[in-house]
Design a protein around this ligand. Structure first.
Ligand code: ADP
Ligand code: MG
Length: 232
């Protein structure tokens, strides 16, 4: 489905939060690397999806009412067998229901377990004065603890993307810290530029969160995605 249609469909349903599956469909259309995520509404469908994608896989809760999936026990990583996938299906559905009894649960998302990398985050929020602003930072505990992030106003120029990656304090972690291989900085720059193009072309996007993006020597890949849209 085209990006505008995906957004319109959610708007017609009165939703502002797109699911991870919808958000990743939009990313894929926008040329932003992310592995495919397949919706499964039964354990059998989840197993079939895993077999199609190839093990190991990740299973996550899919709900239009749940923003932080881990907070409700809604993420299971490193699933190696059909049995583990079926068990994960039941576990995440039950756990999400226990944490949020009123949340609508549409099923689970099955996706490939991505090769690990340095976790970075890319976000967009709307400033009342400047409009959409892109944020870049290191993921996980570092961003929470140190608030080591950089910002640029949309639209980003290639120079903006280059600078905002290099100006965070944690930049050395990306260039081969303590003998680790350097990540592909060009791929990260590209990702930032495509995010800027996406939100510029679709002003209905109010917020976008790619948290985390795995940055690796062979490229960069969003493993989680959350898009919030305006009501109409
Ligand atoms: P949340 O809604 O809680 O942010 P995420 O989708 O970000 O859920 O998943 C939680 C964590 O699981 C991520 O920070 C990442 O480390 C890991 N993870 C998620 N999806 C994948 C994946 N496809 N491959 C590998 N690791 C993943
Ligand atoms: Mg996340």
């Amino acid at each position: 489905m085209a990006i505008a249609d995906l957004i319109q469909k959610a708007q017609q349903e009165g939703r502002r939060l797109l699911t991870e599956i919808e958000s990743k469909q939009i990313l894929a259309e926008a040329g932003i690397p992310c592995g495919p995520a397949q919706l499964a509404t039964t354990p059998e469908e989840a197993i079939a999806a895993a077999q199609e994608l190839g093990f190991p896989v990740v299973v996550k809760i899919v709900s239009p009412d749940i923003v932080h999936k881990s907070d409700v026990g809604g993420v299971r990583l490193n699933l190696e067998t059909p049995d583990q996938v079926a068990r994960a299906f039941h576990e995440v559905v039950q756990s999400a229901h226990q944490h949020m009894p009123d949340a609508r649960i549409w099923g689970v998302s099955v996706q490939r377990q991505a090769q690990p990398g340095v976790e970075v985050i890319v976000g967009v929020s709307k400033d009342p004065q400047f409009g959409p602003v892109v944020m870049f930072g290191l993921g996980g505990i570092l961003v929470e603890l140190l608030q080591d992030v950089s910002f640029r106003i949309v639209p980003l120029e290639p120079r903006d993307a280059r600078q905002m990656i290099r100006e965070i304090k944690g930049f050395p972690l990306l260039t081969g810290y303590r003998g680790r291989p350097p990540v592909n900085i060009g791929a990260l720059e590209n990702l930032l530029l495509r995010v800027s193009q996406l939100v510029e072309a679709h002003p209905e996007i109010e917020e976008l969160d790619l948290n985390p993006v795995f940055a690796r020597p062979d490229g960069a890949e969003a493993v989680d995605a959350r898009i919030v849209i305006s009501t109409s």
